[in-house]
Design a protein around this ligand. Structure first.
Ligand SMILES: NC(=O)CCC(=O)C(=O)O
Length: 262
């Protein structure tokens, strides 16, 4: 069966994890009731928003509460969850971390944002990750990255040259750069000949109005689902055979000449 992917484009309540857990639980329940989704995707920092000055108080200790929450819902509804990202606190630091759970509620992978976004002060409060976001879900080789990461094509390429056929992007991307968001996502899909599933947030906080426009783009660069700026959700069925077809029609991966790219 071909996977149906749903991006839940939330309006996140600033600095209020308990409210946000509850609203995500409700939205996931509604999504499962209304649509036959196999993979649900959430946006970036969905428990706290960008309330970075209060992370000591509101970041999730070792990500435990979020992991239990996502695992419980994944198992209850037998869905895969690409769980956006949350602020994860350890004794040493706070990271912007994505968790993925499968339909049995089992932990699949975690990825911490590599490129911290200075324009939103991340470098003052967060520590960058060090590992790739490669994982497999529904038997599909996938990668997860976080927001500003999409401005680094070499980072995305490092995942697709290792087999990723679907790129999940979770974000809190502001409205003034909506055209960058749409263009960068479409470019990443075309140049990597992969699906791009991008879940942004809606609404605003004290400093930003966010763009929404979550998108699902096929490996030819065609946008197959796109939200507007409001909170809501989008869904699309994907077929990884299309990745193989596009890659054989224009064999970009075979034609690369990495020895010249240094
Ligand atoms: N949360 C983010 O990483 C935002 C990135 C962004 O807005 C950009 O323009 O890049």
């Amino acid at each position: 069966m071909q996977p149906v992917i749903t991006c839940i484009q939330l309006d996140i309540k600033f600095g209020d994890p308990q409210f946000n857990y509850q609203q995500v639980e409700e939205k996931i329940a509604q999504t499962v009731e209304n649509k036959k989704s196999t993979i649900i995707v959430l946006p970036e920092l969905w428990t706290t928003g960008y309330d970075l000055t209060r992370l000591d108080e509101i970041a999730d200790e070792k990500g435990e509460e979020t992991k239990q929450f996502l695992s419980r819902l994944a198992k209850k509804y037998q869905i895969n969850i690409v769980g956006g990202s949350i602020a994860k606190k350890t004794a040493d630091n706070v990271t912007n971390t994505m968790y993925i759970f499968n339909t049995q509620g089992e932990f699949v992978h975690e990825y911490s944002k590599l490129h911290l976004f200075k324009l939103m002060d991340e470098h003052h409060y967060l520590t960058a990750g060090t590992e790739k976001g490669l994982f497999e879900i529904e038997g599909i080789k996938s990668a997860g990255v976080i927001c500003y990461d999409i401005r680094f094509p070499e980072w995305i390429r490092a995942h697709t040259t290792q087999g990723a056929e679907v790129l999940f992007v979770v974000a809190e991307w502001p409205l003034p750069r909506l055209n960058h968001w749409r263009t960068l996502l479409t470019s990443r899909a075309i140049e990597n000949q992969c699906y791009v599933v991008a879940c942004n947030r809606a609404g605003s906080d004290l400093n930003n109005v966010f763009a929404g426009h979550s998108m699902i783009i096929d490996p030819w660069g065609t946008i197959i689902a796109e939200a507007d700026e409001q909170a809501g959700s989008i869904s699309a069925t994907i077929d990884v055979e299309t990745v193989k077809q596009v890659r054989s029609q224009i064999p970009v991966f075979d034609d690369r000449l990495p020895e010249f790219y240094k």
